[in-house]
Design a protein. Sequence first.
Length: 237
Amino acid sequence: MIIYIDESGSINNHMPNNKYFVVALIRVKNKESLKKAYKRFVSSNYESLKELDKDKVNQKTGVVVKEGGKMFLNGSFKELKGSQFDKEMKQKFVDFFSKKQTFEIYYIKIANEKLTDQFCTNKARVFNYTLKLAMEYFITKGYLPDEDCTLQLDERNEKTEAKYFLENYLNTELLMNGTTKSKFEVKYFDSSDNKLIQVADVFANLFYSHLQTGDYGEEFSKLEKEGMLKFIFEFPK
């Protein structure tokens, strides 16, 4: 079992307009088919993606209000970033991938305002602990199979000293508490080199945007109807 993971938002219980931190987990059932679908999505929307990746400038002041250059480098495509999508492109993304049935989506929704100051002092601890709780829930409730699992994450969101902790933490905690006898392997990538982490990035941003605006109810209804959205794990309970 391979799960691709990315996040949206930030872990901070004192930042205004920052109610939630979101983690998207994409369990891939057909890796090669999803990679081909990714390439088709990019090629069929290439010019639109390029336009979305330009700097957004306030016409009155001339000030850049949103920086571009996240998806393209020197005019060449680099990676998908959900934060650069507008509503129409997010809708296209959901419509396109909901037809493929090559993966399942799981979310972790963390309510920042319910976190204590002490808990937030170590953001890696918040991430690792909630991921462990979510994996425990998904396995014990039968959402995920009890089998060896590889987690692939974006390395740019992780401090070097924390990269080697998560694998041992999951294996120790989930084995010792009887959740699983299977093994976890954790791998980190630059997301520009991992197409399926980019898919997780867009779905993380989609849910984060929905929590902020409420604008994507139709898209989430579609994902549920197609059986792709499996569960949203909330922390704290």
